[in-house]
Design a binder for this molecule. Structure first.
Ligand code: NOJ
Length: 578
């Protein structure tokens, strides 16, 4: 077969085999909703764009970049917390849920940013951090000064007269999940840091406070809520002793209690339904059934959630296995094929950069492997959640010593490992590769000082590769990661089959290739992705051999001979089948 060189779009491909029409499947259409259709872009506000020179990103910076956001073809923005906070966990410790932290700007700036998004048909998703508050929140200050305060019951306490509380694992604190407060002679519970006391969702007054906060923001015009750490909100208030060694299954011990569903139904009636907004939960429980119980439409609880099953897969470069990755995504897709809806993500502010974890950050393969991963993310069923900088292929940074870290999670894990007598060199290697600080570096806008992020001193060092990886350089290159991302969002936005179509994996056992079809009635797309740094060969099944190449991140077609493919390293193709 003749090899044709081509630019990205719309090249006719015909393999020599007989033309075969794909079977027309009658896809059952799940209910259509904008939050299923729009691509979500996550902004970590302190790292996006600084306009006042203080080294932290701000709302005015986002306002400056609204046209850029629109140019990406995204339709929703989720912004990490920007509320008043002592910033122990970069804003996931809120001391006033209705106030803006001054480093981001004012409420007026927020409103200008929101209306700028609305003008561009971009919806806004607010991060709601209500499994816990900050210990500096007036509720906690009151609660920890007297047992008689009505706020005492806004938190979880273990009265000291009952003796020492049973051990609870804390995700950030090596000393465990309880801390003593002398004034009330009791211990309070914190699943995260000691400065993040857990709120008591069993208390109806507390729940009402939360709904009021959500209404406040819904009235400002936000379109959705991302419920932080929400699986933990309802707990077993007998606080059973946590069995050591079960840290990986902590949700089973700490969260997903049956009452959670009652609270979510209440929240639905109070906020979600009347304001016509949506809510996505961070986490989807431990099982497929848990996830269905949270998001199925007839439950009237949440609208969507994101599961974590593959998050632990790429903690070290060796731990990623394509076979497991395929299995996990296929399993979750098939469980939600008829009912329920999930979000799909490969990275966020809690994980290292996408290209380091699932692709290849070397200069040779960085571009193609990021393009391949973005092709995957934007062609799967489920709302794609993309993280700022991944549209450029931003990479991890190198932080080999603990002194360089500022993140409470990294520091807590370090102390825990030290306490357990772990090999600290090996620990640091894993941390350097997998820490979430990798993905919080300033956005790389151009080749000027600090990548155009700030005129001041950035709160965190800019990745030293910013002169090669930045928006300005990629804008003008039709083959850049950025323009590939735009091609992909355009393709998804224009083809319902990529949103609602059935997913069917093919070449299941292939060690290098992940391939699948998406089918919606007569429309059928074939997605073929080489996840490896080597060429990959495969024979396509009958019926999938004729079509139009819509996406290709190489200049060459991969067709080897009449019936087989030879993909280049990290080659990604989408073919519209005939
Ligand atoms: C999950 C958030 O994504 C993470 O960044 C934060 O540290 C914890 N929840 C605690 O709020």
């Amino acid at each position: 077969m003749k090899r044709t060189s081509l630019l990205l779009l719309m090249t006719l491909l015909t393999l020599g085999c007989k033309e075969e029409k794909p079977a027309q499947t009658e896809t059952e259409m799940t209910d259509r909703n904008w939050w299923k259709e729009k691509v979500l872009y996550q902004i970590y506000p302190q790292s996006f764009k600084d306009t006042n020179g203080d080294g932290f990103g701000d709302f005015q910076g986002v306002i400056e970049k609204l046209d850029y956001l629109e140019s990406l073809g995204i339709g929703m923005v989720w912004m990490n917390p920007f509320f008043e906070s002592p910033l122990v966990d970069n804003g996931y410790d809120v001391s006033d849920y209705r106030a803006i932290h001054p480093r981001y700007g004012t409420m007026e700036d927020f409103e200008t940013m929101l209306s700028g998004m609305k003008e561009r048909d971009i919806r806004f998703v607010l991060d709601v951090v209500v499994n816990h508050s900050s210990d500096q929140h007036p509720w906690f200050k009151e609660a920890s000064s007297s047992r008689e305060s009505k706020y005492f019951d806004y938190y979880h306490w273990w009265p000291a007269e009952k003796g020492e509380p049973p051990y609870r694992h804390s995700l950030f604190d090596p000393e465990g999940g309880w801390d003593y407060v002398e004034a009330v002679d009791a211990y309070y519970l914190h699943t995260f840091a000691e400065q993040q006391p857990d709120l008591n969702w069993e208390n109806p007054e507390l729940r009402q406070e939360v709904y009021d906060i959500m209404k406040f923001w819904a009235e400002k015009g936000v379109d959705g809520f991302r419920m932080d750490a929400f699986q933990f909100a309802s707990k077993d208030t007998t606080y059973p002793e946590f069995p050591e060694g079960h840290e990986k299954e902590f949700i089973k011990w700490y969260g997903m209690r049956p009452q959670l569903h009652e609270y979510l139904k209440e929240m639905y009636k109070e906020v979600i339904e009347p304001y016509e907004v949506f809510a996505v939960a961070e986490g989807a429980g431990s099982t497929l059934q848990d996830a269905h119980d949270l998001v199925d439409a007839d439950r009237e609880e949440l609208q969507t959630a994101y599961h974590f099953e593959y998050v632990d897969m790429a903690r070290t470069p060796e731990s990623f296995k394509l076979s497991e990755f395929k299995e996990v995504f296929s399993k979750w897709d098939s469980a939600f094929a008829k009912e329920g809806w999930l979000a799909v993500f490969l990275s966020n502010h809690d994980n290292a950069r996408l290209v380091n974890r699932f692709g290849n950050p070397s200069p040779e393969f960085r571009r193609v492997s990021t393009q391949m991963l973005n092709t995957f993310l934007l062609s799967m069923r489920g709302t794609p959640y993309t993280y700022y900088g991944d549209e450029l292929g931003m990479t991890n940074i190198d932080m080999p010593t603990i002194e360089e870290y500022v993140d409470i999670d990294a520091i807590g894990k370090y102390k825990t490992a030290q306490k357990a007598g772990e090999d600290m060199d090996a620990f640091m290697q894993v941390l350097n590769y997998s820490s979430r600080e990798n993905s919080r570096t300033p956005m790389q806008w151009d080749t000027t000082a600090h990548a155009g992020f700030t005129d001041g001193t950035p709160w965190k060092q800019v990745n030293e590769n910013y002169k090669e990886i930045n928006v300005a350089v990629q804008e003008g290159d039709p083959n850049s990661v950025l323009n590939h991302f735009r091609n992909m969002t355009r393709l998804r936005n224009e083809n319902e089959v990529l949103i609602y179509g059935d997913y069917q994996m093919i070449l299941d056992d292939h060690q290098q290739i992940y391939a699948y079809t998406r089918t919606l009635n007569a429309d059928k797309m074939l997605v073929i992705l080489n996840f490896s740094d080597k060429q990959a060969e495969a024979a396509l099944p009958d019926g999938l051999k004729t079509g139009k190449v819509l996406i290709n991140n190489y200049q060459t077609l991969p067709f080897h001979d009449d019936s087989s493919l030879k993909l280049q390293p990290y080659q990604a193709l989408i073919v519209q089948l005939k």
